[in-house]
Design a protein around this ligand. Structure first.
Ligand code: PHE
Length: 340
């Protein structure tokens, strides 16, 4: 048996050298290593040997198998290289031809919209400030005057990382971060960024979206300043003819709180499906920074006052470009993205 094995190994190795193409190589593999190959059969016949000879033979046969497999792989490489050389010298491939062009992409609609918003606020003297997407219960809620068990938390269900850490539901926690960093200087910043909410995904709501928080803190800042700023923003973004409407609202971190609407840009205030036949579209929540929030940021509410606002980003883009489904933004469908 041992002799037979040695002979088989020798024969296999010398016939391997003669394989000149991949078909011959495959045939060789089948002949020796395949299911019905010579070596496979020899391995199978171990059982016929006397018991004491089996281990040594089995070991030897396995060694031959490993050797043949390695030789097979090496020959495969040799053939592959030879084939490439043949193709190159035969002139089949012109390596000097230019490659396939890489199609240049462009900025995502959300990024374009953000940049337009930055430009408008930059003209009004706002700096851009970034704050983290992963926040704590304390910064996202507590320091914004939303203690545990406050019913206002129902407005902002989110994704929790553990009992304390969460994906921010709005850009408002950035207010606390800027105040703590800028104290005791006056502040005029916008805080753009991604927010998350655990909610049903529909044509109108995604579980992640962008907001641009605005914050001004200074002396004698009033609601008039807030309304003036947002009116300017709306007219610069949506068009100079836009009308603004202010409604009373509620947010725990602003007092008083307002909701800002523009007359519907689609029906010019006549009433349509998009504005739910009211003639008005909501563009932002806003208000005067709550004294507790000012204090949490390190500013004495008796000396300082401020306003904050928080428009979305996809909504304005949807209105401007007549997009009727927010899910299109992050669906990665190039037919949609290429249009902007
Ligand atoms: N953070 C609020 C929201 O997500 C919006 C807002 C920002 C309201 C700033 C008032 C002041 O709905």
């Amino acid at each position: 048996m041992q002799n037979q094995l040695d002979q088989l190994a020798q024969e296999a190795l010398s016939s391997l050298k003669e394989t000149q193409n991949s078909a011959a190589l495959t045939a060789w593999n089948q002949r020796y290593l395949g299911k019905k190959g010579a070596l496979t059969q020899m391995l199978r016949s171990v059982g016929e040997l006397p018991k004491e000879e089996r281990p040594a033979f089995g070991r030897a046969a396995n060694e031959v198998k490993i050797k043949l497999e390695a030789a097979y792989e090496a020959q495969e490489q040799v053939l592959h290289r030879a084939e490439m050389e043949r193709e190159l010298t035969a002139g089949g491939i012109d390596v000097t031809l230019p490659g396939r062009p890489v199609e240049p992409g462009h900025l995502h609609l959300t990024t374009q919209t953000l940049r337009q918003i930055y430009a408008i606020f930059a003209e009004m003297g706002f700096q851009i400030y970034e704050s983290p997407e992963v926040e704590t219960d304390e910064t996202n809620f507590g320091l914004l005057n939303i203690p545990p068990h406050h019913p206002a938390r129902d407005m902002w269900d989110t994704f929790w990382i553990d009992d304390e850490v969460l994906l921010r539901t709005h850009t408002s926690p950035g207010q606390i971060r800027v105040m703590r960093e800028q104290h005791p200087n006056p502040i005029r910043v916008i805080l753009p960024g991604k927010c998350y909410r655990y909610e049903q995904i529909t044509a109108r709501s995604e579980h992640h979206f962008y907001q641009v928080e605005g914050l001004a803190v200074g002396h004698h800042i009033t609601m008039t300043d807030l309304i003036g700023t947002l009116t300017q923003f709306a007219r610069r973004y949506y068009g100079p003819e836009r009308q603004i409407r202010i409604r009373g609202s509620y947010f725990p971190f602003t007092e008083p709180s307002i909701e800002v609407d523009i007359d519907c840009i689609l029906c010019e205030g006549q009433g349509c499906r998009v504005c739910k036949y009211s003639g008005w579209l909501e563009i932002a929540g806003a208000g005067m920074v709550h004294p507790v929030v000012l204090q949490n940021g390190g500013y004495d509410p008796d000396v300082w006052s401020g306003y904050a606002f928080g428009p979305g980003v996809e909504r304005p883009a949807m209105l401007k470009h007549h997009i009727d489904d927010i899910r299109l933004f992050y669906g990665n469908d190039l037919r949609f993205l290429r249009q902007f």
